[in-house]
Structure formats: structure tokens, C-alpha cells
Design a protein around this ligand. Structure first.
Ligand SMILES: NC(=O)c1ccc[n+]([C@@H]2O[C@H](COP(=O)([O-])OP(=O)(O)OC[C@H]3O[C@@H](n4cnc5c(N)ncnc54)[C@H](O)[C@@H]3O)[C@@H](O)[C@H]2O)c1
Length: 264
């Protein structure tokens, strides 16, 4: 179904996006739908997934999904393929962060982060790749982070989980390319979402703009563009990666990050 007139067009494609209830996942679901895909918006926060799907309209449906529940991931991805007769796209966006120095990290926190960020992505990759390989095509995009390029303090669990996502992406890409399945990852720089705004949220849920400006200042300085990202900046990269425009692209880690070189 290659659209040579518009290789970015996703009309007729069926996509599952995890973590679609907020931030980058929501922005990605919106972009894929805008490009013509039907998008299953999956999130552990069922109400948030519904809100994303409602905002998109007919081109979307919502699903409650905890990506750490392997059986549930397989069920959702399998049911989606069965219901629509195809599965073209999986975008693994669901993620969490826990902070703490390496010497202080609780094993329970390390496990929680690995379970969602790495194993959740692994379950999705495995479920989707089996279907896509059998069908002879498909595209998977995983979500890594700029954290994989640094030794930034106090986020070891998160960084390790994302480094594992990078390696999973490369290994899977090497195995499934001959079936016409592409696997890539985005490694975003700092993006304004609930995950990052938690540092400057006021007790009433509003954002402390002065605290935000102070927190963003050193990060802006690291970007030649002087920018902090918005979810759509990552969503556009994902839209490219899942489209036919990227048919020659697999096993890649794309870094929408304002040009930050991460000097840690
Ligand atoms: N915001 C950034 O600066 C940034 C930078 C690099 C990478 N990332 C990555 O991008 C992804 C999205 O982050 P975001 O900033 O949009 O965060 P966010 O907190 O706004 O959204 C994360 C979403 O994932 C969902 N989620 C969490 N655990 C889940 C689970 N077990 N099963 C299903 N859904 C679950 C949450 O409910 C939420 O809707 C994450 O993987 C994050 O690590 C974010």
C-alpha cells in the first residue's frame, strides 16, 4: 500500500501507541491519526487514553493497558490485528522515571522502571513482531532518551532502561528486516510533559513558571537552537519513521533534541 505521491501518508494503516494518555504518546497518537492511520490509544490510565481517543475522533479507539502485563499486551496487539485485519505500526511510548543516586537506589524502584520502560517495550516488540513478520511488513518505534548518551547523575535506573531499549531496537531490527519489518527508536531531549513538569508543579497543579525557566535555562544553553521540545517535535519524528518515507531506515536511534550533544 505504498503511497508514492505522499510517502508520509498513513491512510489505511493500523497503529497501536502505548502511553497515549499523555505527553509524547498523546502527541504521537494525534500525529499518526492526522496522517490517516487508525490509532489504538493505550495507557494504564484508562481515562487519559479515552481523552486522547475522544480528542482524535473516529480515527481512534482507547484501550486500558498496563505494559508490564505481558498477557494483556499480547491480547491487545493480537486483538487489534484481528479486528482490523492488519497491524502496521506499534509505537512503544509508555514510560516512568524514578530518581536517586546509584548508592541509594531501592531494588524495587529499579525493578519498576525496568518493568515498564524495558520489559514493557520488549513485550510489545515481541507481540507485534510476530504478527508483522507473518504478514510480511510493519514498523515499530521504541522510545529511548537522551539519557543514553550521558552519565547524568541520579537517573541510573531510567538511563539503564533506555539503554536496554536502544539495544533491543538494534537486535530486533537485525532479526526482522528480512521479513520487511523495520524497528527504530527515538531518543528525545527534554520535552515539556507531565514527566518533566513534575519538577515545577505547584500544589494546585499549576506550573511555577519561574522554577521552570530556571530548570530549563542550562538545558536551553546546551541546544544550539536554544529550545526545549514539545510533544509534537517527537511525534513528527515518529510519523516519519513509521511511514514509507523511512522505508530505507531501520535499527536507527533518531535524536530529536535541539542539537544537544549531552556533555556529561
Ligand atoms: N519528556 C521528556 O523530556 C522525555 C525525554 C526523553 C524520553 N522520554 C520518554 O518518552 C516517553 C513518554 O514520556 P512523557 O514525557 O510523554 O511522559 P508522560 O508522563 O507525560 O506520559 C507517560 C505515559 O505513560 C503512561 N504509562 C506509565 N506507565 C505505564 C504502564 N505501565 N503501562 C501503560 N502506560 C503507562 C502514563 O500513564 C502516561 O500517560 C517515556 O518513555 C519517556 O521516558 C521523555
Amino acid at each position: 500500500m505504498t503511497n508514492r505521491a505522499d510517502p508520509f501518508d498513513l491512510s489505511g494503516r493500523v497503529a497501536v501507541v502505548t502511553g497515549a494518555g499523555s505527553g509524547i504518546g498523546r502527541g504521537t497518537a494525534q500525529q499518526l491519526a492526522a496522517a490517516g492511520a487508525h490509532v489504538v490509544c493505550a495507557d494504564v490510565n484508562a481515562a487519559a487514553a479515552e481523552a486522547t481517543a475522544d480528542g482524535i475522533g473516529k480515527a481512534a479507539s482507547a484501550a486500558a493497558l498496563d505494559v508490564t502485563d505481558r498477557a494483556a499486551v499480547f491480547a491487545l496487539i493480537g486483538n487489534t490485528a484481528e479486528e482490523h485485519g492488519r497491524l502496521d505500526i506499534l509505537v512503544n511510548v509508555a514510560g516512568i522515571i524514578r530518581t536517586g543516586r546509584v548508592v541509594d537506589v531501592e531494588v524495587a524502584d529499579l525493578d519498576a522502571v525496568l518493568d515498564v520502560n524495558f520489559k514493557g517495550t520488549f513485550h510489545g516488540c515481541q507481540a507485534a513482531a510476530r504478527i508483522m513478520c507473518a504478514a510480511g511488513g510493519g514498523s515499530i518505534v521504541n522510545t529511548a532518551s537522551g539519557a543514553v548518551d550521558t552519565g547524568q547523575p541520579e537517573i541510573m535506573s531510567y538511563s539503564v532502561s533506555k539503554a536496554a531499549v536502544v539495544q533491543l531496537t538494534r537486535n530486533l531490527a537485525a532479526e526482522v528486516g528480512r521479513f520487511g519489518v523495520r524497528v527504530n527508536a527515538v531518543a528525545p531531549g527534554l520535552v515539556r510533559t507531565a514527566m518533566t513538569e513534575r519538577h515545577y508543579l505547584l500544589p494546585d497543579g499549576g506550573v511555577d513558571e519561574a522554577a521552570r525557566a530556571a530548570a530549563e535555562k542550562p538545558l536551553r544553553r546546551m541546544s544550539p537552537l536554544g529550545m526545549i521540545g514539545e510533544p509534537e517535535d517527537i511525534a513528527h519524528a515518529v510519523r516519519y519513521l513509521v511511514s514509507d518515507a523511512a522505508r530505507f531506515v531501520t535499527g536507527q536511534i533518531i535524536r530529536p533534541n535541539g542539537g544537544v550533544a549531552m556533555p556529561w
